[in-house]
Ligand binder design. Structure first.
Ligand code: HEM
Length: 477
């Protein structure tokens, strides 16, 4: 009997220990201390890791060719490294893009460098998650959705024509990249947001943008210090404008409810967002649109210059549209929908020269993916090149072939605008900006590149190293 009781006690003790052990191991896995298999790759020296190689190839605009591709060949599409102190997994391919981009907020959150967060502000949409992100995105989307964009078309047409008349008609040599930057700035601030600033404001914004990816070190004269000073000036200026707008709107004198700035201030009056959120998101929108749209336009012109047959086809499309309109009449949304070939050319240019290389995410849980474990807290970098330059998704990937966009592209293979909940909120505005600018340039000017082999540099966003100088002259009729 005693033996029976003893063996029963033994089994009860054994079973409960085994159960506790199982619960402990399961819990341990969920808490970020997974003992799963890490992807292959080199972590390099403590903190530095492979940062120097990463930056060097980035500066030469060879990030994919010199950093990512050789590691894919050595380790496969998913590999580990250490960048700027952070253990990082670099993932490549449509399936990986889908997995990480669509699991935003669930398994990963976007992760920006310290300088970017400080300069854009902790209240900008890029730092928001979950419900707060959804709320801000909803406000921004009202002006960037179909109805808002329809209102924007004539405004963009006026801005582009005014800019070209004032700056291009009087000169023979133009920096295409700087022109598109100035114009994008006007389109975002004036056309989209409905704000009017003094001419020097662009310089102040540019000083902020110069520091966004700089080391976050403050000493007199450093890029970051200058950027912070400029950011303070912008904040003061915007706070004044926000308060004036609020007063006007509360006394029923808003007047321009369709404009995004009014939408943001309305959200503030309703108590959905704060004054800081309005200010930070105005700065973020300028940043998000500025270098990206300008680079996309510059690369489209580079491709047109290098492919005269494509240029002729594109010109035909624009001549047809122009010939159906009365002289001086603005383009309509319907006209932009007819620019199918132009959009294929621009998409193909962004495939070969994506304005954004990819972006970082941070794992908020241990992630099991493709037989590997990505530990909680590690960074994940998804890349556009990993699919844009891959034969699996794009036949002859290094050949410029706009017509490839006549066929459907596999999901998450073509990602100049990202994907998932953080898909670029301004992608349709960028499209309009690109199409309308191309229309007025190709129908009005003869143009040619002055520096055809100009190098593209990255810092970390890509740009033509000489600002893409072009020769322009007005067409005779
Ligand atoms: C050719 C031009 C553009 C390109 C290539 C581009 C690309 C991108 C990419 C790749 C992302 C996602 C980043 C990530 O996943 O971490 C993004 C986000 C964003 N973009 Fe754009 N963008 C362009 C123009 C614009 C414009 C014109 C605006 C608005 C004025 C804009 C506003 C935004 C915003 C607000 C986000 C953040 C969305 C969120 O976090 O929910 N972008 N953009």
């Amino acid at each position: 009997m005693t033996i029976q009781i003893c063996s029963l006690l033994f089994w009860a003790l054994f079973c409960s220990t085994a159960m506790l052990l199982a619960i402990f191991l399961k819990h341990r896995k969920g808490c970020g201390k997974s003992d799963g298999k890490l992807p292959p790759g080199e972590m390099g020296l403590p903190w530095i890791g492979e940062t120097i190689e990463f930056y060097r190839s980035q500066r030469d605009n060879q990030l994919f060719e010199e950093f990512v591709q050789p590691r894919i060949t050595k380790y496969g599409k998913i590999f580990k490294t250490r960048l700027m102190g952070s253990p990082t997994i670099i993932v490549n391919g449509a399936e990986a893009n889908r997995f990480f981009l669509s699991n935003e907020f669930k398994l990963v959150v976007s992760s920006w460098p310290t300088a970017s967060v400080q300069l854009m502000g902790i209240n900008s949409i890029m730092e928001k998650q979950g419900e707060k992100h959804r709320c801000l995105r909803g406000i921004i989307a009202t002006s960037l959705g179909p109805a808002g964009l329809e209102i924007l078309v004539p405004k963009i047409c006026d801005s582009v024509q005014l800019y070209l008349d004032k700056n291009w008609n009087v000169r023979e040599e133009i920096s295409l990249y700087h022109s598109t930057k100035a114009l994008t700035f006007t389109i975002v601030l004036e056309c989209l947001l409905g704000l009017n600033f003094e001419p020097g404001t662009l310089n102040t914004f540019e000083r902020v943008l110069e520091g966004v990816f700089a080391p976050p070190i403050s000493f007199p004269g450093s890029k970051f210090s200058r950027a912070k000073k400029a950011r303070r000036e912008i904040k003061e200026m915007l706070i004044k404008v926000v308060r004036e707008k609020r007063k006007k709107m509360e006394s029923g004198l808003g007047g321009d409810e369709g404009m995004l700035f009014s939408q943001l201030v309305s959200g503030m009056i309703r108590g959905e967002i704060s004054e800081e959120e309005v200010v930070d998101n105005v700065v973020l929108l300028v940043f998000a649109a500025h270098d990206t749209t300008s680079f996309a336009i510059a690369m489209t012109f580079k491709m047109l210059a290098e492919h005269p047959d494509c240029h002729s086809l594109l010109l035909q499309e624009h001549d047809d549209i122009m010939n159906k309109r009365r002289s001086g009449e603005n383009l309509t949304m319907e006209d932009t929908k007819k620019m199918k070939y132009t959009w294929q050319v621009a998409r193909e240019s962004m495939r070969l020269f994506p304005p954004i290389f990819g972006s970082f995410r941070k794992a908020i849980a241990d992630i099991e993916y493709e037989g590997f474990t990505i530990p909680k807290g590690w960074k994940v970098l998804w890349t556009t090149y990993g699919t844009h330059y891959n034969e699996e998704y794009f036949k002859d990937p290094l050949t410029f072939n706009p017509r490839r966009f006549e066929e459907p592209i596999p999901p998450y293979a073509y990602l100049p605008f990202g994907g998932g909940p953080r898909l670029c909120a301004g992608n349709q505005l960028a499209k309009l900006n690109i199409l309308i600018f191309i229309h007025y340039v190709v129908t009005r000017y003869n143009w040619s590149l002055l520096c055809p082999g100009e190098q593209i540099t990255m810092d970390p966003l890509p740009f033509p190293s000489h600002g893409m100088p072009i020769k322009v002259s007005l067409k005779s009729s």
